[in-house]
Structure formats: C-alpha cells, structure tokens
Design a protein around this ligand. Structure first.
Ligand SMILES: NC(=O)c1ccc[n+]([C@@H]2O[C@H](COP(=O)([O-])OP(=O)(O)OC[C@H]3O[C@@H](n4cnc5c(N)ncnc54)[C@H](OP(=O)(O)O)[C@@H]3O)[C@@H](O)[C@H]2O)c1
Length: 433
C-alpha cells in the first residue's frame, strides 16, 4: 500500500547521470512507491540549455535552478557537478529543511562540513553514495555497517579512466601518451582529462573516504596527490618482472606515531601492488576499494565506478533512503568527525619503494649505492642486478621508509658517478613492510 503523501523531488542537472535518474524514477515508480511507502513525484529538472533535452519531459524543464530549489519540494537531487552554483543551491535547500542527494565529489571534498552543518541546523538529510565509486555501495557501509568497528585502512582504485590507461599500458607495453590518446578516442577519457590523470578526482574521493572511515574532517587539499602522467612503459615492465601491477591508488590509513598518538595519512599516487592482491586484478574502467577493519578484517567492494545508469543506481538508493526517513519521520546519519585526528604530512608517510637504476657495470657499484641507503636509514629488502654489454641494471626494493628519507636517498644516488640514470622510483603497496 502506498498511501503516503507524495515525496516531491527537484533534480538539478540532466546530463549523463540525471537522464538515467529521470528514466529510473519513471520506469520504477510503482516499485519505488511500494518500497518507500509513498509515491515519488519529480516536480522539476533544472538545466542550462533546455533545447538540448528533447527526450526529457518538457513540462518539467527549467533554467531557474534557484526557483526550483525554493519551490514546494521535499528532496533536491544534485547532478550538476562542480562547486558553484551547486554549493549555493544545496545550502539553500538544506537551510530550508529540504534533504539533499548529490553525486558531487568535488563539492563534498571541499565544502562537506558546511553542508553537514546546514543539514544539522534544519534537520535535513544529506546522502552522497554516488560521489565515490559510482554504483558500488561503499559510503553507506563505511558510514553505517562499519560504524561499530575500527577501520585501519581504505585503499582503492577509484578512478576508471586512469585504471583503464594503466591496464592498457600493461597489456600492450605502450607508453602513457599514446595510451591516453587511444583512451580518448574510445571514450574512456574526457576531452580534458586533467581531473582524472592528474589525480584530482581520486583525491576528492580519498578525502571523502578518509573523513568517513576515520571520523575526521579531511578535505581535498589535505590529500597528497600524484597522477599517472609520469608512469612509463619501463615502470610497468619493471613491475611485471617482479609479479607486480601498477595502479593509481587512493590510500587512507590510520597511523600511530612513535609517541602513540594517532593520525591519518591520505594520499593518491601510482604504486606497485603484488599480482596476488585483490586490487591487482581490477582491470579496465572498473573500481574497487579494499577496506581493513579491526573486527571485520579485510573487505573488498568492486563494481562500475562511473557511467549514467550505474551512478543513477546509487542516486536512487539514496533517494529511497531519504524518502523513507521522511515517511518514518527520522533522519539518516549526521556528520561524524569527533575523532579530529591530525593529517600527517606526506614526508612522514611510510611505504616500501622500488627503485630501478642504470649503473656502470663494474665492481663496487652495489656497495656505493647500498651505503647511501644506509646513510639515510632506508633499509634494503631485496636487490637484483643484471649485467648488460656496457652497463647494468640495479633494482632495489626497500623496507618501509618515510617519503622524506626516500627522496633524499634518491637525490644522493642520482648524483653518484657510477649511476647513469634513476630509471624508475615507485612506491610498493599491499604487502608486509
Ligand atoms: N558521469 C559519471 O559517470 C559520474 C559518476 C559518478 C559521479 N558523477 C557526478 O555526477 C555529477 C553529474 O555528472 P554528469 O556526468 O551527469 O555531468 P554532465 O553530463 O556534464 O551533466 C551536467 C548537467 O548539469 C546541467 N547544468 C550545468 N550547469 C548548470 C547550471 N548552472 N544550472 C542548471 N543546470 C546545470 C547541465 O545542463 P545542460 O545539459 O543543459 O548543459 C547538464 O544537464 C557530477 O558531480 C559528477 O562528478 C558522475
């Protein structure tokens, strides 16, 4: 029985995601009404260029987003993207007690606390499952299912474009530039791929994941970010030889300092992971997130991280949750930032490293290189040296060392007369230190 008063929904944006949200709302209206206990009524869709939207219900289209938000609606679904006007529109919705469902990672990673505060002040809900890893149920598990556990690490492949490019480089042996061109041609990369390939998109998602996992406010500017433009075919080949795979990872860790105080380390960078790690086999444009918690142990979330319909699935799931709260008269979870852990600077982040060097093929090279590592307190776990006709390749894998110590080590090694070139320096994740 769906006797409840209709839940009135305004949608801001009708592009890749919005079009699919509108379609699912229409096609599944009977099931949605039964699941919620009240029908959902889409009362308006704000766009920039109505002429472009021939297939959308014309009577619902408007270019006046502000008026739509102010109209008599219960929920505002935001699928415009970017900071403004989305931020202003959502703040005005929340201040008026209207619940919000958004897919906007950039906005949440920069202005999450402001939005939460507005929601708290009026008692409205804010849900954003689609903002990280598209269709994959991930934020709700972190926010709700794991709320009784202590999460220690969240490590994921959260950007499909970069994962597609790295997977293709690994399969073909091609370089970064030509693989990016091919990805653009096939529609896997945007015309301007900067947000993806330079790691901005993944950094926003890492900030959201770390905030939820560690009950601490983490913004995009707290996240150390490196993209994939510097990953070479030689890096990938070096990883392959060692049965490892190169992935762009978003890593959120709970770390304990020497004084016993806890902090969080949040970073996005390419890294080698062992072929046997669950994230290594995540290929193409798929996303996956590996979570470690004290009581739950290891968990893996996998699926389509983007695309109109997959992302709309997450938006609809949030819409049902918000609508159910309205029908029941309750609220979803509020911001949980009580832990207030400090964010550790990247220089103190500790990982293992793979360093590949072109060196002179003569006696004593290894001992000179090893001495520099020892001098910087970076402990060597394994060394592989291969002679070639005129020079040699030397690969060093370290035990966990701080980023700062590793950087000084590499700078000094690059200056040794016996070292012709530092071919590749890459972090190694997903194995014991
Ligand atoms: N696409 C994905 O796979 C995906 C996955 C996860 C999350 N997301 C997130 O979902 C959101 C939407 O992404 P999308 O790919 O659907 O974007 P999109 O295809 O570019 O669509 C954006 C929509 O917003 C409308 N719009 C832009 N500026 C507006 C304004 N000032 N007022 C009213 N409407 C405005 C556009 O109108 P016109 O069409 O008239 O220009 C368009 O309909 C973003 O936050 C994105 O990060 C997307």
């Amino acid at each position: 029985m769906t006797t409840g008063k209709p839940i009135k929904v305004a949608m801001l944006g009708c592009g890749t995601v919005g079009t699919e949200v509108a379609r699912l709302l229409r096609e599944q209206r009977h099931d949605l009404a039964a699941r919620i206990g009240a029908p959902v009524e889409l009362t308006g869709i704000a766009v920039r260029r109505p002429n472009k939207h021939r297939d959308a219900p014309q009577e619902l289209l408007t270019t006046d987003s502000a008026a739509l938000v102010e109209s008599d609606v219960d929920v505002v679904v935001e699928v415009i993207g970017g900071i403004e006007p989305a931020r202003g529109l959502l703040l005005s919705a929340l201040r008026a007690g209207k619940s919000v469902v958004t897919a906007n990672k950039a906005l949440l990673a920069e202005h999450g606390p402001e939005l939460y505060a507005a929601a708290d002040a009026s008692g409205a809900d804010i849900y954003f499952e689609a903002a990280v890893a598209g269709a994959i149920p991930l934020l709700r598990p972190l926010r709700e299912s794991l709320a009784g556990d202590r999460i220690t690490r969240v490590m994921g492949i959260v950007n499909g474009t970069t994962n597609y490019i790295l997977s293709a480089m690994s399969a073909t042996g091609s370089g970064y530039g030509e693989t990016l061109e091919e990805a653009s041609r096939l529609g896997y990369a945007e015309a301007d791929p900067t947000a993806d390939v330079d790691g901005f998109d993944a950094a926003s998602k890492a900030a959201i994941l770390a905030s939820l996992a560690f009950h601490t406010r983490v913004t995009a500017s707290d996240v150390h970010r490196e993209g994939i433009a510097s990953v070479t075919a030689a890096d990938i080949a070096a990883a392959t030889v060692l049965n490892r795979t190169v992935k762009l990872l978003a890593i959120c860790e709970r770390v304990t300092g020497q004084d016993g105080a806890e902090a969080v380390s949040v970073r996005v960078h390419p890294a080698m992971i062992p072929d046997g790690h669950p994230l290594a086999s995540v290929g193409g444009a798929f996303n996956a997130v590996f979570v470690e918690a004290d009581a739950a142990g290891q968990l893996m979330f996998y699926g389509q991280g983007a695309g109109g319909a997959p992302t709309a699935s997450a938006v609809l799931g949030d819409l049902v949750a918000v609508a159910r709260n309205k029908v029941a008269g309750g609220r979803g979870p509020r911001e949980s930032a009580y832990a207030e852990l400090p964010v550790r600077p990247m220089g103190q982040a500790s990982t293992r490293y793979h360093i590949s060097l072109d060196v002179a093929d003569r006696a004593g090279v290894l001992s000179q290189v090893a001495a520099v590592f020892a001098e910087h307190d970076v402990s060597i776990a394994a060394v592989r040296q291969e002679g070639r006709p005129t020079d040699a390749s030397l690969v060093v894998i370290t035990h966990a060392a701080t980023d700062a110590a590793l950087r000084s080590t590499v700078d000094k090694i690059a200056g040794l007369p016996v070292v012709r070139e530092v071919v590749s320096v890459m972090r190694v994740e997903g194995e014991e230190s």
